[in-house]
Write a protein that binds this ligand. Structure first.
Ligand code: LLP
Length: 425
């Protein structure tokens, strides 16, 4: 299931590098990203989409992992970026992505963000409401610059994923209701500074069953036909991201099924397509290394208290997400197994990676890898409990390199000032 992870004499290894070497040199917690595997997955996705014969562009959803080294790798491979903020815009630019290859998504773009995007001639802005369209029209008129847009529609599809990451249902804050889309599109088309290219849709994340895509794409294709019947020009469809990975027992979302689904609904429709994959590309390419601080036995539970916490990897606390856990030492794999709760040191009961996990007997100072943390891992970290952001490492071609050093402790307070202190006269 995880072809880049192998067990060697040196212990658990990622694309030829012993993870314990990294932990020994960098300390823990430490994020590791496998660039070799990421490149492979990107190329596989690209080839699978090319094989459809459709014109499909990939715009990496950089919210999943926006490290400059990741962005520049994907930019070099030819990816565009799906961005959601000024910060993401600047980071994408900094890593060599031209604005023309960026799509600006998000439900709450500010006046300042829209201005920046239009001034830089961004490739496409996905509009999420009539109110946003109005603000953009004003910005473009003021700047006297035309901008390509897509209307993000809400197809009211249940993506059958976690409630906190489903986005395509009518009650969600995202997108424009299908019934309102054509009137708004016509309004945009009539505006001298707006250039509607087509529609966008993103129904949710961690979708492993392709059925919801089928429903959404069928609705999108219907919308294109309806628009054209009204003499509206539709050139592109942005089909969003959302393909899931295998965290536990679920099958990884099948990109060939996605390709087949795109072909079924869009071949013959003469539209350019863009996809915004995040998790599928990079989720399986990362692990979080951690050390067991203490093994605490109570009458009910054996706790493994580890040095990574919810401030590092938030997903288990926030979504009750399941992440695989493997020891780094080869010998540990042959230990008898036991039920343990794997928890972090933060002062909250929610700081739990797993409340009941079967693992081989491990001891303090043993190290573990928490799997599939490449997406929505480091990017969602905080410094809660005054814990510094962890080191990040990248592996490529059998070598590894620190790509972000651990945040120095002084950085936890150096931007803070103490006002109103009494001064002695
Ligand atoms: N496009 C749009 C407009 C999005 O909102 C998202 C993700 C994506 C693309 C990429 O979706 P992906 O291919 O990665 O599923 N923090 C959550 C996931 C939030 C996803 C938000 N939107 C998690 O850890 O599961």
């Amino acid at each position: 299931k995880r072809p880049n992870l192998t067990l060697t004499e040196q212990g658990l290894s990622m694309s030829g590098v012993a993870l314990s070497d990294i932990a020994a040199e960098c300390g823990t917690p430490c994020w590791v990203i496998d660039a070799t595997f990421l490149r492979k997955r990107y190329r596989l996705l690209k080839a699978t989409m090319q094989a459809t014969g459709l014109d499909i562009a990939l715009h990496y959803a950089m919210k999943a992992n926006s490290h400059l080294a990741v962005l520049s790798l994907l930019a070099t491979e030819g990816a565009g970026m799906d961005i959601v903020s000024i910060g993401e815009f600047e980071k994408a630019l900094h890593s060599g992505v031209p604005p023309a290859k960026m799509i600006f998504s998000g439900v709450g773009k500010t006046h300042q963000e829209l201005t920046l995007a239009v001034s830089h001639a961004i490739g496409q802005i996905n509009i999420e409401s009539a109110e946003e369209l109005e603000m953009l029209a004003e910005v473009c008129t003021h700047l006297q610059k035309k901008v390509p847009i897509a209307l993000r529609v809400n197809p009211d599809v249940d993506a059958q994923t976690h409630a906190k990451i489903t986005t395509g249902k009518a009650e969600n804050k995202f997108g424009i209701a299908f019934d309102d889309a054509l009137a708004l599109y016509a309004k945009a088309q009539a505006h001298p500074y707006l250039e509607p290219l087509g529609f966008a849709c993103h129904i949710g994340s961690q979708i492993t069953n392709m059925a919801p895509f089928n429903v959404a794409f069928e609705r999108l294709a219907g919308l294109v036909r309806a628009a054209r019947e009204q003499n509206l020009t539709v050139k592109t469809l942005d089909c969003g991201g959302g393909v899931g990975i295998s965290y536990r027992l679920e099958e990884e979302g099948s990109i060939s099924s996605l390709a087949a689904c795109l072909s079924q609904h869009f071949s013959g429709l003469d539209v350019k397509i863009s996809l915004e994959p995040g998790r599928w590309l990079i989720g399986p390419c990362g692990v979080l290394l951690s050390t067991i601080i203490r093994k605490k036995k109570t009458s009910l539970t054996t706790f493994l208290i580890i040095d990574a916490a919810m401030n590092d990897l938030l997903r288990p606390s926030l979504y009750e997400a399941w992440h695989g856990i493997l020891p780094l030492r080869t010998a540990a794999f042959s230990q008898p197994q036991e039920h343990v709760a794997v928890v972090g040191p933060v002062c909250e009961s929610g700081d739990t990676f797993s409340s009941d996990r079967v693992l081989p007997h491990l001891q303090p100072d043993d190290q573990i890898a928490i799997l599939d943390t490449g997406a929505y891992g480091a990017v969602m970290s905080s410094t809660y409990n005054a814990r510094p952001l962890a080191t990040q490492v990248m592996i490529e071609n059998g070598q590894w390199s620190v790509i972000t050093p651990r945040l120095p402790l002084s950085a936890l307070w150096e931007r803070e000032t103490i006002p109103f202190t009494e001064t002695e006269t």
